[in-house]
Design a binder for this molecule. Structure first.
Ligand code: UDP
Length: 239
């Protein structure tokens, strides 16, 4: 019999970049479908899944700021990009018969629900996937921080960060052949060594709320469910 999941409720963070697939911009529907299938497998294992999606495949506020523009306006555009991705993932999940709801930090009632902890709690308890869009709803934050915030609010047992690599390395493995991969590393080491995993605000929020961060490759088919069962390749960041 397949191993059960080690977690009751998790928050999965998917970066916007992951949705690009092989495209230079936007959303690759094949990637959406694969991620939806894997989330469905997690739900079938009895895991309650919250999902935070980034927006980097469409827009990042910093790109406007770097060009001398208004960072706040840029971040507003970035948050809207996360809502677009959330709609794409919602459609992908519904196509596979996986019930889900979008809760946006930025109210847009004709498109989706506004985030409410109580309503999201009810959705998760009913086995629905809760897609948290709009990050934290504030400029100068990232969706990593949004993911740590929602993981804390929703009482998640772990925050799964899906990246392009299979864990946390001492340096960028694509640039440094001597980069060492960690199986386990502390929040303190991540922050003091400046390891490039999540932004410092997100790591600190997870640390203060004792939420383990689990970094795995979202590009590796099946990795999410394998790690949920405790035998996949990932780095655990904890105390
Ligand atoms: N953003 C924001 N506040 C938040 C979350 C996101 O202003 O709480 C904006 C910000 O401009 C960011 C963009 O939305 O660059 C997309 O989010 P992020 O860069 O975290 O996406 P990812 O890198 O995960 O694709």
């Amino acid at each position: 019999m397949a191993a059960p999941a080690l977690y009751r409720r998790v928050l999965l963070k998917v970066s916007g970049e992951a949705l690009l697939g092989s495209q230079p911009f936007g959303i690759d529907e094949a990637v959406i479908d694969r991620i939806a299938r894997e989330i469905g497998e997690a739900v079938a294992l009895g895991v309650e899944v919250g999902l935070v999606v980034g927006g980097g495949n469409i827009f990042r506020g910093m790109s406007i700021a770097k060009a001398g523009g208004n960072r706040v306006a840029g971040d507003h555009m970035g948050m809207l990009a996360t809502v677009m991705n959330a709609i794409g993932l919602h459609e992908g999940l519904e196509r596979r018969g996986i019930s889900s709801r979008i809760f946006s930090a930025v109210p847009m009632p004709t498109i989706c629900e506004t985030f409410s902890q109580q309503r999201a709690e009810r959705a998760l308890k009913r086995g629905r996937v809760a897609i948290f869009a709009g990050g934290t709803g504030n400029p100068f934050f990232t969706t990593d921080s949004g993911a740590a915030l929602r993981a804390a609010e929703m009482g998640c047992d772990a925050l799964f960060k899906g990246t392009n690599v299979d864990g946390v390395y001492s340096a960028d493995p694509k640039k440094d052949p001597n980069a060492v991969r960690f199986d386990r590393v502390s929040y303190k080491e991540v922050l003091s060594l400046g390891l490039q995993v999540m932004d410092a605000a997100a790591v600190a929020l997870a640390r203060d709320n004792h939420i383990p961060l689990i970094v795995f490759s979202i590009k590796e088919p099946g990795a999410f469910v394998d790690v949920l069962r405790g035998h996949g390749r990932a780095t655990i960041i904890a105390d």
